[in-house]
Design a protein around this ligand. Structure first.
Ligand SMILES: Nc1ncnc2c1ncn2[C@@H]1O[C@H](COP(=O)(O)OP(=O)(O)OP(=O)(O)O)[C@@H](O)[C@H]1O
Ligand SMILES: [Mg+2]
Length: 447
């Protein structure tokens, strides 16, 4: 079963906004079913409303002219349609489109919107160039024709249904296939907005014909490429997350779990010995247990530190980076690590601190693992409105494939993770490396 077409009512946006409404057909707006309020085509009353003299657009902004003498009274007894009623309908339509299609992409119709006015029974009363062109007719040729008659068999019901429901004064949108001159097919999203007169009667229906966006091949290729890149990155990230979970799980299981089991056994043993009067043995066992507990506390700290470096919270980013550099130099022995910090702690926004630390950490890990370097230079500084972090080594470098059309082909996750961290916070990431010429990792965030 289908859903009701999206509809909405009041709004106060300026009416010309609708001519900048982006164009998109959503499947959501297509129904599968509905009550067919079919009217007999043969018995349709002739249009007797106010004379719509012209409906046209000019430089992307449509103008509606309601002409003709006011004594041209409609024969059905409704008040003559006023410009105010039409602009009011436009406003409602505009607001409804704006609020009803939040996912619209910002693609506007450079040729102006295809627009028509229908009589309440669905006959064209006025048509602008865009709508006429869409159907392959001139505006004059369309006047008096029935919109429903131009629709696919399956879609006709929707048009008739919406016309019948016009009294509700709400915007209705749905996809239809229309057949124009020489059976030319046009797949469009129709927006129906009833125009109400002062007495609350529907005196006309404004219709916008929204064509699907036709993307140029180049753009399609670019979109598909970026989607493929995104998928690849996303898969890598999921894999990374999965690896991290496994690592944590095995650290908890093999490290913490084993240690706690051992402590439990030792305490049980000590208890048993105490019960059997071997207090001395119990005492020495408990002392060993105490040592184990201390070690376990250290392990928990280690795991927590891996998740979020404590130094960062305790001391701040700059001291944490200093400590990282010092520790790296001490652990490796043959690597000189220079940290050149030209920024004060409170110049760095809090939300960037963990990222900056992790990027430096991963870059240093990579250097230790892959670079065979003897020197690392880390710079954290401010340049105009940016915060810059660079990590340069003098190692063997590698073939940087990040710019190749196939994207990076590494099996590791470190570089991808760094890029993702930086870009997810609105920054830009760059990697420069070449065999024999060392590697430079740089990240910049606008603050
Ligand atoms: N500073 C560097 N010097 C030389 N090669 C590097 C350097 N940094 C990265 N690489 C190369 O880039 C590859 C990708 O690095 P990346 O950090 O993504 O993965 P990894 O370190 O291999 O694994 P992981 O970080 O997932 O544990 C590395 O395998 C290495 O070949
Ligand atoms: Mg790595």
């Amino acid at each position: 079963m289908g859903r009701d077409p999206p509809s909405s009512s009041d709004g106060s946006l300026s009416w010309h906004c609708i001519f900048h409404a982006p164009r998109m057909i959503t499947n959501d707006t297509r129904h599968a079913s509905g009550v067919l309020a079919r009217r007999s085509r043969e018995h349709r009353p002739a249009w007797s409303g106010p004379p719509w003299r012209a409906l046209h657009r000019n430089v992307g902004i449509a103008r509606i002219c309601i002409g003709g003498p006011m004594e041209d009274k409609p024969s059905h007894g409704a008040e003559p349609l006023k410009l105010r009623d039409v602009t009011d309908a436009m406003r409602r339509m505009s607001a409804a489109i704006e609020t009803g299609h939040r996912c619209f992409r910002a693609i506007t119709d450079g040729r102006g919107t295809a627009l028509a006015v229908l009589a309440p029974d669905g006959h064209f009363v006025s048509v602008n160039h865009g709508a006429a062109r869409l159907l392959g007719y001139t505006g004059a040729e369309l006047i008096g024709r029935s919109l429903a008659d131009m629709a696919d068999d399956g879609d006709r019901a929707w048009i008739v249904d919406c016309l019948a429901a016009s009294i509700s004064c709400t915007l209705r949108s749905f996809n239809v296939v229309l057949h124009g001159r020489d059976n030319r097919e046009a797949s469009v999203l129709l927006h129906f907005q009833p125009v109400m007169d002062g007495r609350g009667n529907c005196s006309a229906v404004l219709v916008i014909f929204e064509e699907p966006v036709v993307l140029q091949q180049g753009l399609v290729d670019a979109l598909m490429r970026s989607e493929a890149d995104f998928r690849r990155l996303y898969t890598h990230l999921l894999t990374g997350q999965e690896h991290e979970r496994k690592r944590l799980s095995s650290e908890l299981h093999d490290g913490l779990g084993q240690a706690l089991t051992l402590v439990k056994l030792m305490v049980e043993d000590a208890l048993g010995r105490m019960r059997h009067g071997s207090a001395e043995q119990a005492e020495s066992l408990l002392e060993t247990t105490l040592l184990r507990i201390r070690e376990t506390i250290g392990e928990v700290r280690h795991i927590c530190n891996d998740l979020r470096p404590r130094l960062l919270d305790d001391l701040g980013l700059v001291p944490a980076l200093e400590a990282l550099c010092k520790q790296t130099q001490q652990c490796t022995g043959n690597l000189l690590v220079v940290f050149d910090c030209r920024i004060v702690e409170n110049e760095v926004p809090d939300n960037l601190k963990a990222d900056i630390f992790r990027i430096a950490q991963e870059a240093i890990n990579n250097i230790i693992k892959h670079a065979l370097a003897t020197e690392i230079n880390i710079v954290l500084r401010r340049a105009a409105k940016d915060i810059l972090l660079t990590i340069q080594d003098n190692g063997i470098g590698f073939d940087d494939l990040s710019g190749s059309p196939d994207g990076p082909t590494f099996s590791g996750l470190g570089l991808l993770g760094m890029r993702e961290r930086v870009e997810s916070n609105g920054g830009s990431f760059a990697l420069t490396s070449g065999e024999g010429s060392g590697t430079l990792v740089s990240a910049a965030w606008r603050v």
